[in-house]
Design a protein around this ligand. Structure first.
Ligand SMILES: NC(=O)c1ccc[n+]([C@@H]2O[C@H](COP(=O)([O-])OP(=O)(O)OC[C@H]3O[C@@H](n4cnc5c(N)ncnc54)[C@H](O)[C@@H]3O)[C@@H](O)[C@H]2O)c1
Length: 353
């Protein structure tokens, strides 16, 4: 196969590059290091690009901007792709309010550029779009909750497995980021209307060792980074009992691979770590402190982030029923061990240079 991965120096993109390269496919990566533009030097992904070049065999990289329609058209004119894994994005809920135009151009327009180029030049290709659970806005906060000592949880038995794809996406507060991921709807149309092999994954917290974690994006990675470096961490609202479900980038890419092998045009799937990989802020701090042997310098800000979820657990039932071979292979302990090792390495590298 010839695989195109956008956002190839990012967390999910780089995992996809390595995975498909390891299997002997030709992989083209597109990434212009825009994460550094969004988040400054800590968001720089060049270290990950260098790492990829050293561990892959058939990977080629192009520093294209997905907003640049003619450059994208040219890329698709000169190469025919079998699989497109679209991960390039402005990924932060909070950052979007500072840069609404840029956020929309990258997330919405950039995605349409890629979908249309695929339709024109590689219409038989499978196209996977990494969407977000923020398309549900704060509607998941309407699910009745109970408050436990260190976390919130769903109060009713029927909600225990988490949020399903039938959750409302309209008339809720999404944040501008959740709205620019309206590209989710456009992607569905390329599947349903044009009958292309498009799949949409609505991510919970996607995580792993290759995250260039920054305060506004990459929750576990940034939490570990601050614990190891002695930096200050702020917890916003909900008494620190807000719950996130975390999925390792490897399990995300395995889901993409399963979909690519047997695509269902226009389908939407929630993809997170599920209940077993869910953790609250307070629990995560405690666990990371225990695993690193260091105390985190954190403070509580009594104001939740706008549109933030109180308790979000992805219901994985739909994806698992369509793709029964797929399962979560990395639990929280493994995820945290890998992030800690990676962050220790990155810190040592920064201190040495
Ligand atoms: N990480 C999460 O917790 C999470 C959760 C839900 C959804 N998602 C979605 O999954 C996808 C991948 O997320 P990630 O965590 O790997 O993000 P990431 O920021 O690590 O990677 C995105 C990459 O895209 C590149 N990029 C940004 N704008 C670009 C542009 N205009 N042209 C070319 N490259 C560009 C960046 O430089 C970066 O390397 C995104 O669509 C994101 O919204 C992520």
């Amino acid at each position: 196969m010839k695989v195109l991965v956008t956002g190839s120096s990012g967390l999910i993109g780089s995992e996809a590059v390595e995975h498909f390269d390891r299997q002997g496919h030709d992989v083209v990566g597109v990434d212009n290091n825009m994460r550094r533009v969004f988040f400054g030097p800590p968001g720089d992904t060049l270290w990950n690009l260098e790492r990829l070049k050293s561990v892959t065999r058939r990977f080629t990289h192009a520093a294209l901007d997905i907003r640049d329609r003619s450059a994208i058209e040219e890329l698709f004119r000169t190469q025919r792709f079998d699989l497109i894994v679209h991960c390039a994005a402005q990924p932060s809920h909070d950052k979007a309010r500072e840069i609404p135009l840029l956020d929309f151009e990258v997330n919405a327009l950039g995605t349409v550029n890629l979908l249309e180029a695929t339709r024109q030049q590689s219409p038989e290709a499978v196209f996977v779009f990494l969407s977000t659970n923020k398309v549900y806005g704060d509607a998941p906060n309407e699910i009745p909750l109970k408050e436990l000592e260190k976390r919130y949880d769903y109060a009713r038995p029927e909600d225990v497995a988490g949020v399903t794809e039938s959750c409302r996406i309209d008339q809720t507060m999404h944040s501008l980021f959740g709205a620019s991921k309206a590209a989710d709807l456009v992607a569905q149309e390329y599947g349903r209307y044009f009958k292309m092999k498009v799949g949409i994954f609505r991510g919970g917290c996607l995580t792993g060792p290759s995250h260039s974690g920054v305060e506004l994006h990459g929750f576990l990675s940034y939490l570990v980074k601050m614990t190891l470096s002695g930096g200050k961490y702020s917890v916003f609202g909900y008494k620190g009992k807000q719950v996130r479900d975390n999925i390792h980038s490897h399990d995300v890419v395995r889901a993409i691979e399963e979909f690519a092998a047997n695509p269902r045009p226009g389908e939407v799937y929630n993809l997170g770590g599920g209940r077993a990989n869910s953790i609250s802020m307070l629990e995560a701090i405690e666990r990371i402190e225990h695993m690193t042997g260091r105390k985190l310098d954190w403070c509580y800000v009594n104001e939740a982030r706008k549109g933030d979820h109180i308790c979000y657990i992805s219901n994985l039932g739909k994806f698992q029923s369509h793709y029964p071979k797929w399962r979560i292979t990395r639990g929280l302990e493994t995820i945290l061990e890998e992030i800690i090792a990676s962050q220790r390495g990155q810190l040592a590298h920064t201190r040495a240079s």
